[in-house]
Design a protein around this ligand. Sequence first.
Ligand code: HBI
Ligand code: FE
Length: 265
Amino acid sequence: MDANAKLRGDYSNIGADYAVEQHWDKYSQEEHALYRRLYERQSVLVPQLACREFNHALAQLDAGAGIPRFDQVSRRLKRATGWEIVPVPGLVPDEVFFQHLAHKRFPVTVWLRKPEEFDYIVEPDVFHDFFGHVPLLFDPVYADHMCEYGKGGLKALRLGGLKYLARLYWYTIEFGLIKSDDGVHAYGAGLISSGGELGYSVRDPKPARRPFDLMTVMASDYHIDSYQDQYFVIEDFHQLMQDTAPDFTPLYARLAQQDLAKKAA
Ligand code: HBI
Ligand code: FE
């Protein structure tokens, strides 16, 4: 994340960890209605296209009534997997983000997109962060991986490996596919919260769907403003935990070598 990029959120009264109050009472009826429309658009798609773990958690959340109260969901999430939601004004610095994940706190943006951004938004808003990311934090294996990812992120910052680790996040937590009995389903938040890319990633013949391989993923660049031309498929969330368990230090060294070799070529 470019620390100087002009960000949309209100960062004027952040705490040390960038946490803010959600101020749930300040959301307008129009905002709750827009959130409901986004939820309704996705709730038609997710039963067939998102993984069963997502659908199972969503069914318990009753998240369609409008913009959720983070503190209420946090109490249930804490009991389920030990995680809680941290209200944030938007994107936070990498170190802050990883610190939160490493302590089982998921940063959720408090502002909602504008109606004209119904189909596409550049920065994550409350719909992307809550609908896309929070339900799977009720899955113990996925939640444990997210915590390990946070610890790995802090280490990557020390080792200069963030570029590579960010690709792992992109191709799993944001745009990951998982094997299902009838093909693949989406588990990545960027897919689950997207009106168009969810169907495209699971059904369209165009994109490549490759078996997840850690080094391939960390060597693969990605598009931030268009659909991906490739997605990576995991067998299950245990694979995420197992494949990312090793020490990444030698992997970062190898990836940096490969980058040098590419430049020299
Ligand atoms: N901040 N709020 C928020 N949400 C993110 O997903 C996020 C972030 N800061 C940094 C970041 N993601 C990425 O740099 C990491 O995923 C690699
Ligand atoms: Fe996200």
